[in-house]
Ligand binder design. Structure first.
Ligand code: ADP
Length: 400
């Protein structure tokens, strides 16, 4: 079995896979340990049934022990030694880590060095890695990084137009995120189009609560919308995306706050929430816009702003690919489920002839569906992403 872990400073999200059929890992249970260091709460979902436990969790190690004990109690596993590998999602691998790696002391040190670039994410991952190392000393530990897929970007994509010394001395550059999802979608497209990954040119729109896009050229990341941090690029649930950098000092002065407080507003009170003043959740905004509530106009405007930005990057990335685009793909919570955003974004792409099939755009689907008509210059797809499965498959490679 392989356990996939996504950990924060006070939570551990996990999914356990049976890997006896190597090409087809099967998910057995998933769950969440949360309120670590507070009181502790553990939820395990198994066969659509939720089991809840109030296990005390003073630290990540106690959380790990309680997860493993409950696995035994629920008879998910007989012996914890059956878990042969653990795959961790890690946000920032900096410019050193370019693919999934075994979590050796050296690679753990790299995660630690990158805490200054991802202060909210890397510490939690590191603490969880150390806890699982103690809890399951014989398992192989593998790290999959959100940044590593983008390490193929050329300098002209990743450099900011700031003093070059900022890049050299302080590592100020575009790193990009959601790489595990972009990699997964690229592999799925290789299967769907029956084409070698190295031959694929894609424009992928990963539109979740956090959102970013990737220009995939010859199977590799060529450009992406997030930057040094996940604040850049598209409009998101609560993040502004790209704005004039001077707004920071201007609003710091106007509101008598420091740059940290203003950056916090750009991360937590902007985007869909900031513009709509309704919600950070796309479902709420879509409902408001189409059910003509009191705030319908603002909700409508929010949807327009959101779609326009996606369209702008589609055009930019089609230009990067000289028009040779195998597919435009929508994925993650909004990309997979919002027919409005998909059709509005594509309507705003004026430099390509793309026609969305209304019925297919709105239809239920299992793993993927083409939503454009055969008249379109480029096919458009909705594809479900699965970052946990991708991490499981990458971890499996280290067990062979
Ligand atoms: P995260 O980045 O937290 O993993 P998700 O990928 O789960 O986020 O995406 C969450 C977003 O997806 C929310 O804005 C939510 O409103 C949106 N979403 C989920 N289902 C639908 C739906 N049926 N229609 C429109 N938006 C949806």
């Amino acid at each position: 079995m392989i356990l996939v872990v996504n950990a924060g400073s006070s939570s551990i999200k996990f999914k356990l896979y049976d890997i006896s059929q190597k090409n087809n890992p099967i998910s057995l249970v998933e769950g969440l340990a949360e309120r670590i260091k507070v009181d502790g709460a553990l939820t395990i979902k198994m066969n659509d049934k939720k089991h809840q436990f109030d296990d005390k969790m003073d630290d990540h190690l106690m959380a790990v022990k309680s997860i493993l004990n409950r696995f035994k109690e629920l008879k998910v596993i007989e012996n914890i030694e059956d878990i042969k590998g653990i795959g961790f999602r890690v946000v920032h691998g900096g410019d050193k880590i370019v693919k999934p790696v075994e979590l050796t002391d050296e690679n753990k040190k790299t995660i630690e060095e990158n805490i200054r670039l991802a202060p909210l994410h890397n510490p939690g991952a590191l603490t969880a890695i150390e806890a699982f190392e103690k809890g399951l000393p014989n398992a192989k530990l593998v790290g999959c990084f959100d940044t590593s897929f983008h390490q193929t970007m050329p300098e002209k994509s990743f450099l900011y137009t700031v003093p070059y010394s900022w890049y050299k001395e302080y590592k100020v550059r575009k790193y990009g995120f959601h790489g595990i999802s972009f990699d997964y979608i690229t592999e799925e497209c290789a299967k769907i189009f029956n084409k070698k990954k190295e031959k694929l040119n894609l424009i992928i729109c990963h539109l979740g609560n956090g959102a970013s896009m990737c220009c995939v050229k010859h199977g590799q990341s060529f450009d992406t919308t997030m930057g040094l941090t996940p604040l850049a690029g598209l409009m998101m649930g609560t993040r502004s995306g790209d704005i004039d950098a001077s707004i920071l000092q201007y609003m710091a002065k106007e509101l008598n706050k420091d740059v940290y407080e203003i950056t916090d507003i750009l991360n937590k009170q902007s985007g869909l929430l900031g513009i709509s003043e309704i919600s950070s959740d796309m479902r709420d905004i879509t409902n408001e816009a189409f059910h003509k509530g009191e705030n319908a106009n603002r909700a409508y405007l929010t949807l327009e702003l959101y779609s326009e930005r996606v369209a702008e990057y589609i055009v930019k990335y089609a230009n990067h690919l000289q028009g040779n685009v195998d597919a435009i793909v929508f994925t993650a919570g909004i990309g997979e489920n919002s027919s409005v955003i998909r059709s509005w974004a594509m309507e705003r792409v004026k430099l390509m002839n793309i026609e969305i099939d209304k019925e297919k755009n709105e239809a239920d689907y299992d793993l993927y569906m083409e939503i454009s008509t055969p008249n379109s210059d480029v096919p458009v797809f909705k594809i479900r992403t699965d970052e946990e499965l991708m991490i499981c498959k990458e971890t499996l490679k280290f067990l062979k």
